[in-house]
Design a protein around this ligand. Structure first.
Ligand SMILES: *Cc1c(COP(=O)(O)O)cnc(C)c1O
Length: 421
């Protein structure tokens, strides 16, 4: 099946006379005939739902759909994108470990890596993702356990050379984790280029309507956890009578461990209703994404001709730094997000934003409606000047998330706001 078909038909397969829409199983728990059966669930020797902190039939259908979209062996939904990032890393890291991350990533992930995980005893080195393999190799340590990057970075809009990053990670026997939020599996499937784990904030395009926060972790099933670097997969887990994840779950060891161990302990699982809403977003995702891309291309074109704009950043713009990588990784388009630097710096940027009438001034992105954000004074205000520079953000930078309105109306709004500064 092609991706459009998978978005509609994977995950939920109604039988004769059953509802065509995914049912919401609004239940915390599941009933069994015998204590023996429940005992087997706790020993992980029988399959089945036990408690909705770990799994739920509605959420499970959406997990299966997203795993199919990304080409993975399994997926785990989380209650937010941040929970997905956190659990995806904690699943393979402990105090004393180290991670290498691209520096141009989402501000919330920078906080997680540089501040919160540091308090857990996990260190992060941020690298310039344009650096050569040799340059990045120098940052590896014996305790490095993962490499991290974003397909299209929020908000810097850098494009990750996924194959290069996968090569470096695999040479060092560690997995590559890719945050594919902006691209979505419609535009790029990182597993096809060597990524081992793919994560998303589903709060963005996947949901698409600004109604439900969520995240997801997808396991490619390709990484060899028995290579000696990841004893937590090959040594007995005392909390399950000594099961060994790689023996018990084979190719799906990573995603199974994330669910039965970490989700059990942390409890950041989405509700059935949240998964139902996410599924609605996924059903029409390819149609929406295509229009987001076409509208954004028109807006980027317009902005690049305006003399009030210092620079426009849209990865596929001809002659731009990333136009070649886009042809390889994002041939269908590179999402609805455009960023630009307005001449005059921070104050002019704020005046421009306040002059917009159609575009909404919100702390959100990748919505069906056009929305706009000033990273330096909002999402990234916690970062120091040097962290801001490393994340590719200046005072005049505006992140413009092009929605599904008619492109002429969006451009007219920008035009009148530019006339006002
Ligand atoms: C928004 C976002 C996150 C965090 O997701 P939440 O759902 O807001 O917790 C992580 N990564 C990227 C690229 C994002 O855009």
């Amino acid at each position: 099946m092609k991706i459009e078909t998978k978005c509609l038909h994977e995950g939920y397969h109604p039988g004769n006379g059953e509802p065509i829409a995914l049912p919401i199983y609004q239940s915390t728990t599941y009933v069994y005939d015998s204590t023996e059966h429940i005992g087997k669930l706790f020993d992980l020797t029988a399959e089945g739902h036990m408690y909705s902190r770990i799994s739920n039939p509605t959420v499970g259908a959406v997990e299966d759909k997203i795993a199919a979209l990304e080409g993975g062996v399994g997926a785990l939904c989380t209650s937010s994108g941040q929970a997905a990032s956190f659990i995806s890393l904690l699943n393979i890291m402990k105090a004393g470990d180290h991670i290498i991350s691209a520096s141009t990533i989402y501000g919330g992930t920078i906080n997680l890596l540089a501040v919160t995980l540091k308090r857990f005893g996990i260190e992060c080195t941020f690298v310039d993702q344009e650096a050569s393999e040799e340059e990045i190799q120098k940052h590896f340590r014996p305790n490095t356990k993962a490499v991290f990057g974003e397909t299209i970075a929020n908000p810097a809009l850098t494009v990750l050379d996924i194959e290069k990053f996968a090569n470096i990670a695999h040479k060092n026997n560690v997995p590559l984790i890719v945050d594919n939020t902006f691209a979505t599996p419609v535009l790029c499937r990182p597993i096809e280029f060597g990524a081992d784990i793919v994560i998303h904030s589903t709060s963005k395009y996947m949901d698409g309507h600004a109604v439900q926060l969520g995240g997801v972790i997808v396991d490619s099933g390709n990484f060899d956890w028995t290579n000696g670097k990841f004893p937590e997969f090959t040594e007995p887990d005392d909390s399950y009578h000594g099961i060994v994840y790689t023996e018990h779950f084979g190719k799906a060891a990573y995603i199974a461990k994330a669910r039965v161990q970490l989700m059990r302990d942390i409890g950041a699982y989405p509700t059935a209703h949240a998964a139902f809403l996410l599924n609605l977003g996924l059903e029409a995702l390819p149609v929406r994404i295509e229009r987001h891309c076409r509208n954004a291309e028109k807006v980027a074109e317009y902005l690049s001709k305006s003399n009030k704009i210092e620079s426009v950043n849209y990865p596929s713009l001809e002659g731009g730094k990333y136009s070649e990588l886009c042809k390889k990784y994002l041939p269908l388009g590179c999402s609805g997000v455009v960023s630009f630097v307005i001449k005059g710096g921070r104050d002019t940027a704020v005046k421009f934003m306040d002059s917009l009438k159609l575009a909404s001034n919100v702390v959100h992105v990748a919505d069906i409606r056009t929305c706009v954000l000033h990273p330096a004074s909002s999402t990234h205000r916690q970062l120091t000047d040097s962290q801001l520079a490393a994340a590719g953000i200046t005072g005049g930078l505006i992140r413009f998330s092009v929605g599904l309105e008619n492109a002429d109306d969006i451009i007219e709004d920008i035009e009148q706001a530019l006339a006002n500064i």
